[in-house]
Design a binder for this molecule. Structure first.
Ligand SMILES: NC(=O)c1ccc[n+]([C@@H]2O[C@H](COP(=O)([O-])OP(=O)(O)OC[C@H]3O[C@@H](n4cnc5c(N)ncnc54)[C@H](O)[C@@H]3O)[C@@H](O)[C@H]2O)c1
Length: 189
């Protein structure tokens, strides 16, 4: 099987990790391009992948088979639609979009285009979570009637120096607590 030709949109905190992960798995994936209008390309080991300042330009010129969308939340819907329009499969980082309306629109575009998608809720793939889900689904724990959850986190102050994290579509619920919300939905329905 040929390695999947993947491009990354957004080379920030998590985009950088996606880039490293792709480069570390040459048997499965090839990093063909990265697009970011702000980040400094020279700070990255790209393994020969092309760097673009403009995401549309990159998608049209490189035509990747799949894209990882690691841009600020408010851009996910637009970037997902760019992929749908071009028939490119994509992984979109969590949260799917910044609003429910945008999510509904994107779900419609995905259905119309037939592309394959995945959301970056990686905790679903942890062994402990998969075990918990199997036990709950099998009825081993009896009927699930309620879940009680306490969530707290403290990010270092500089984390919020990045503007979009404090604006509409960002914030600790959509950026951080969304993982736990997804866990509740995944495990409890
Ligand atoms: N799954 C996880 O555990 C996890 C962890 C961290 C972040 N995330 C998600 O990943 C996304 C990015 O978060 P981050 O912390 O890496 O943000 P970040 O601000 O560090 O990085 C975002 C990058 O996107 C770039 N960008 C802005 N506009 C762009 C455009 N039009 N095209 C291409 N790139 C563009 C910015 O220049 C920046 O480099 C968010 O949706 C966040 O919720 C997920």
């Amino acid at each position: 099987m040929n390695p999947l030709r993947i491009a990354v949109l957004g080379a920030g905190l998590i985009g950088k990790r996606h880039i490293q992960t792709i480069l570390a798995a040459p048997h499965a994936a090839e990093l063909v391009a990265v697009a970011d209008p702000v980040a400094d390309a020279s700070a990255f080991a790209l393994g020969g992948a092309a760097w673009f300042d403009d995401e549309k330009d990159m998608l049209d010129r490189v035509r990747p088979e799949a894209v990882i969308i690691a841009t600020p939340n408010a851009l996910h819907a637009g970037h997902g639609k760019l992929c749908c329009e071009r028939g490119i499969h994509f992984l979109v980082e969590k949260p799917v979009t910044a609003t429910l309306d945008e999510a509904a629109e994107l779900v419609g575009a995905v259905a119309d285009s037939g592309v394959k998608t995945l959301v970056g809720h990686h905790r679903r793939y942890l062994a402990a979570i998969q075990d918990a889900k199997r036990r709950i689904d099998s009825g081993e724990l009896g009927e699930l009637v309620a879940a009680s959850v306490v969530w707290a986190t403290r990010k270092p102050d500089p984390y919020f120096d990045t503007k979009w994290r404090t604006q509409a579509g960002g914030g600790p619920l959509l950026i951080n607590a969304i993982h736990e919300i997804d866990m509740l939905r995944h495990l409890c329905g």
